[in-house]
Design a protein around this ligand. Structure first.
Ligand code: AMP
Length: 142
């Protein structure tokens, strides 16, 4: 299965924040959309990614003043992205190796979606169920 198939089911909406947004504003976005990470954009450019892990780690270092800091101070700048043509299996391998749970999808320089580790697990379970049904049907009917 390809990332484009997964995005067809899940949709292409991506929550973004600007590097100048405050961490408090970022918390509002993560909470409102019930998500664990947001892509950081400056105009049309992807300039970073920031996840709940970045907030937790920096909160432990800096305490409450972190809430007023800018997203640009805590985001990860080297963003690993994937393309709609990549397979879900290859994405699962990359996420496991790099220990990241979110992957923005980029096509022709444009942000066209985001895939989380939860989306990958859901897709793989659904594929396994389809395989099992086909095997059962094959065994029952030949
Ligand atoms: P996560 O597992 O997605 O919560 O993120 C763990 C760490 O990896 C955080 O420091 C994130 O900023 C960073 N991270 C998450 N996704 C990506 C990505 N696609 N590319 C680069 N870094 C990422």
């Amino acid at each position: 299965m390809r990332i484009s198939d997964l995005l067809r089911d899940k949709g292409s909406a991506v929550s973004t924040v600007s590097p100048t947004h405050s961490v408090t504003e970022l918390l509002g976005v993560l909470s409102k959309y019930n998500i664990g990470a947001s892509v950081v954009t400056d105009g049309d450019n992807v300039v970073g990614i920031v996840s709940e892990r970045d907030i937790v780690r920096r909160l432990e270092e800096r305490g409450a003043p972190l809430l007023g800091a800018a997203v640009g101070e805590i985001m990860t700048r080297n963003v690993v992205t994937c393309s709609p043509e990549d397979t879900v299996d290859s994405l699962a391998a990359t996420m496991t190796e790099r220990r990241i749970r979110h992957m923005p999808v980029v096509s022709g320089g444009q942000l066209v979606g985001i895939v989380s580790i939860g989306d990958v697990v859901k897709s793989r379970i659904s594929q396994l169920e389809t395989d099992r049904e086909q095997l059962e049907s094959y065994i029952a009917h030949g």
